[in-house]
Write a protein that binds this ligand. Structure first.
Ligand code: ZN
Length: 261
């Protein structure tokens, strides 16, 4: 049913006119204020990518969650933000997006070093499987704190996995240096882990200290949602992400702040 609706949006199915109205885009985008950090001319491209994303992926609501058009558009816009200048090809090879109402449990089975099996339920906000679906939780309205973005987080993992594994090193864009990336990220990761270990409140989600792959996903959320925070803490990481994602949200944020002052 959802797919029929997407076909209609794209004008592939029935003869309806413009698929998503300006009003609907505006309503969905109002809940994603960080999209305004991008230059205005990028918006039509992001919308077009989002529609293409919806047409090529399959969505499922878990635990009885009914997905409506606004939710689908909101998820698609956020999923496409990281690939605005990379292209949908980076998300090839899998189709499923599963949306949960809030956080959810994933049953884990792990053997420890002594060979003892541990089974437990892991409470998560999202998960991305290599070659498989992306699982995300849906938060109604403003329930999600600023700087945290489950959708961007999981899709950053997908970009990381594009060249195999979750190691914090995605397939870099032409002209980027692996050495510069590794230097910037390892220095920042070490400093961040130390900050988290010291126990104080960190402005960036401490979950980023779990693993270099989580650090990349977490700083990607911050890069798009509260870019000046990343710029202040880890300017070299910001510069690498600016090259990788091909956008400069901190400049957009500063421009908005100036025009509001
Ligand atoms: Zn993660």
């Amino acid at each position: 049913m959802v797919f029929a609706r997407i076909r209609r949006w794209l004008g592939l199915g029935e003869r309806e006119g413009p698929a998503v109205s300006d009003e609907q885009w505006a309503r969905v985008e109002r809940r994603l204020p960080f999209l305004d950090f991008l230059p205005a001319e990028a918006r039509p491209r992001l919308r077009a990518l989002a529609l293409e994303f919806l047409a090529t992926k399959q969505f499922h609501g878990a635990h009885g969650l009914v997905l409506d058009d606004d939710m689908l558009l909101g998820i698609a816009l956020q999923a496409c933000l990281p690939i605005l200048n990379i292209g949908l090809r980076a998300y090839a090879g899998w189709v499923g997006v599963v949306v949960y109402p809030g956080d959810f449990l994933i049953p884990r089975r792990e053997y420890d070093e002594a060979g003892v099996l541990h089974e437990y339920d892991d409470e998560v906000l999202g998960e991305a499987w290599e070659g498989g679906p992306v699982l995300v939780s849906w938060f109604d309205g403003e329930a999600q704190p600023a700087g945290v973005n489950v959708v961007i987080h999981e899709f950053a993992h997908k970009l990381d996995m594009e060249n195999g594994g979750v190691d914090g090193l995605p397939r870099l864009r032409a002209g980027m240096s692996r050495q510069a990336w590794a230097d910037a990220f390892s220095e920042a990761y070490e400093a961040f882990c130390e900050e988290v270990d010291n126990g104080g409140d960190t402005e960036i989600d401490p979950y980023g200290s779990e693993h270099p792959g989580e650090f990349f996903a977490v700083v990607s959320e911050v890069f798009f949602e509260t870019p000046s925070v990343l710029m202040r803490h880890f300017p070299k990481v910001y510069a690498q992400l600016q090259q990788f994602y091909g956008v400069d949200p901190a400049a957009g944020e500063a421009r908005l702040r100036e025009s509001a002052a």
